[in-house]
Each structure stands twice: as structure tokens, then as C-alpha cells.
Design a protein around this ligand. Structure first.
Ligand SMILES: C[S@@+](CC[C@H](N)C(=O)[O-])C[C@H]1O[C@@H](n2cnc3c(N)ncnc32)[C@H](O)[C@@H]1O
Length: 266
């Protein structure tokens, strides 16, 4: 197992494979609304409701996957959304699905590492992220970049994993999804504050994460025959075990899930 020091960009091929066609066929077969994260539409709605997004907003979705949350935001609030993801496969799929949803005038995508963005300062009113910044080791750099890209009073909202015990941050899904860096709530909060944000709201959404995962596992079981045909029994079993181990670790272990809403400091 390789230990990487610089976030997901060096880990890109493993990320692309993990979130590639096999993963997508599971998401599609179980009709998971184009959502790649642990949380599904409910928690994304709960977070975005607090973010004051409207038709005049320009939202940046960092690590957008195939664009499920980005399209949800554009459809619900009529805002513009720009999604960025490191995987070419995801970006192509995101564009295709956005065209099919007739949202291409509102939602655009760009392939890039989120630590290496070229947007002008103050280009966005909101920065959003859903269960993905865990891949970035230097979260302070990510938050500082978000602060630069936001207008004065701009809003940062995201959901992500967190751990209770800082000593146990090496996690077991490294083999599937690559190196990742889960921090404690205190670490996220310190980094957000020193990166120029005031935290407006922090909600523990572990219960929602568990409910979403249990529902996902149930849908997988209900469509087991289709999933055994594609992507095949091995991937099916691996994904099932992954989901159930996550549920176990949320209930009995060191893992929790959080939603954050912050405002750029003046
Ligand atoms: C769990 S998925 C979440 C996707 C999306 N937010 C959603 O909820 O559907 C994590 C995503 O992060 C992307 N990713 C990981 N590291 C990245 C990086 N350094 N820059 C851009 N995207 C990255 C992966 O390609 C993957 O699409």
C-alpha cells in the first residue's frame, strides 16, 4: 500500500478506477440519483437549504463526481453551477447527463485537481462539496483557495466524514478508494477558522449517512441479479461489504459524518 503525501492528484488513477464504470453501473442500477457520496439527496437538500442559494448565485462544486449534486442545486435554485473533478470519466459522464437533463446552460464542468484551479479570485458566491474533500490531505490549502474564490460574505458548505479519535485516521478503504485523510471536528474547525471562515453551522449527520447507506444496501440486495450480471459478483460483494463496514464503524467505531456551513470573513 503506497502512502501518498499530496492529496488525490498523485492517486488519480486509483480514484478514476474506483469511481469508474463499475461503480457507475451500481449507482445507475440501484437508481441512486447520480450521487456518488455517502449522503443522498435528503442531506444535500438540508445543507443547501441553509446556504441561501438563489437564481443569482454562482456555485462551485469541488469534487463533483458525475454531477448529481450540481444538477440538483441548479434545478432547485436556478443558480449557475460549475463542477470540478479530477476524473475525466466522471467529467464526460457529468456533461452527458447534464445535457440529457437540459441543464447545460446552467451547469458546466471542468476536469482539474481541486488544489490546482485557475478561476479568477471572487468568481463564486458559494463553494460546495459533498463527501469528497476527505481525499485532500492539505485541507487548509483547499479552504484557503475556497476563500479566495468566494466573494465577500461568500458561503462555503460541505458534508464529509470525520473521526472521533485523531490517532486512528488511517482507514481501511485505502485499498479501494485510495489514500484519504479523515480529520476530527476540531481539526476541521481550526483549519476553517485559520483559512478565513466563520463557522455558522455544524451538524452531525451520521444518522442520515447510516440511513442512506442502509437504503443503498437494501437496493443492492433487491437488484442483486442485475448487479451480479454487471459489474459482477466480485464487485457486488466488495461494495456490499464496504457499505456494511461503514455502517458498523458509524455505529460502533470511530467514524462520524458532518455538515458544515461557513461564511467568508471580511
Ligand atoms: C465520493 S465521490 C463524491 C462525488 C460528488 N461530490 C457526489 O456526491 O456525487 C468523490 C469524488 O472526488 C473526486 N476527487 C478526488 N480527489 C480529487 C481531486 N484532488 N480533485 C478533484 N476531484 C477529486 C473523485 O474523482 C470523485 O468523483
Amino acid at each position: 500500500m503506497t502512502t501518498l503525501t499530496n492529496g488525490a492528484s498523485q492517486n488519480r488513477h486509483q480514484i478514476e478506477e474506483a469511481y469508474g464504470s463499475a461503480f457507475l453501473s451500481i449507482i445507475d442500477t440501484i437508481e441512486r440519483g447520480d450521487m456518488y457520496g455517502v449522503v443522498t439527496e435528503g442531506p444535500v437538500h438540508s445543507l443547501t437549504e441553509k446556504m441561501n442559494i438563489d437564481t443569482s448565485s454562482r456555485v462551485l462544486d469541488l469534487c463533483c463526481g458525475i454531477g448529481g449534486p450540481a444538477r440538483l442545486i441548479a434545478k432547485k435554485y436556478g443558480s449557475e453551477v460549475v463542477g470540478v473533478d479530477i476524473s475525466e470519466f466522471n467529467i464526460q459522464e457529468a456533461r452527458k447527463r447534464t445535457q440529457q437533463a437540459n441543464l447545460s446552460d446552467k451547469v458546466r464542468f471542468q476536469r482539474a485537481d481541486v488544489l490546482d484551479l485557475t478561476f479568477k479570485d471572487e468568481s463564486f458566491t458559494h463553494v460546495f462539496g459533498c463527501d469528497a474533500w476527505v481525499y485532500i490531505q492539505n485541507k487548509g490549502e483547499l479552504y484557503q483557495q475556497a476563500a479566495k474564490l468566494l466573494v465577500a460574505d461568500g458561503i462555503l458548505g460541505f458534508t464529509d466524514f470525520r473521526v472521533l479519535n485523531p490517532k486512528n485516521t488511517t482507514y481501511w478503504w485505502e485499498n479501494i478508494f485510495g489514500t484519504h485523510y479523515i480529520e476530527t471536528a476540531e481539526t476541521y474547525e481550526n483549519l476553517l477558522q485559520t483559512s478565513g471562515f466563520t463557522i455558522l453551522d455544524h451538524t452531525d449527520i451520521t444518522r442520515m449517512a447510516i440511513d442512506g447507506l442502509v437504503e443503498t444496501a437494501g437496493r443492492m440486495i433487491a437488484r442483486r441479479d442485475a448487479l451480479h450480471a454487471n459489474p459482477g459478483p466480485q464487485v457486488y460483494c466488495m461494495m456490499h461489504e464496504f457499505i456494511m463496514t461503514l455502517v458498523h464503524d458509524y455505529i460502533f467505531g470511530n467514524l462520524r459524518h458532518g455538515g458544515y456551513m461557513c461564511k467568508k470573513q471580511q
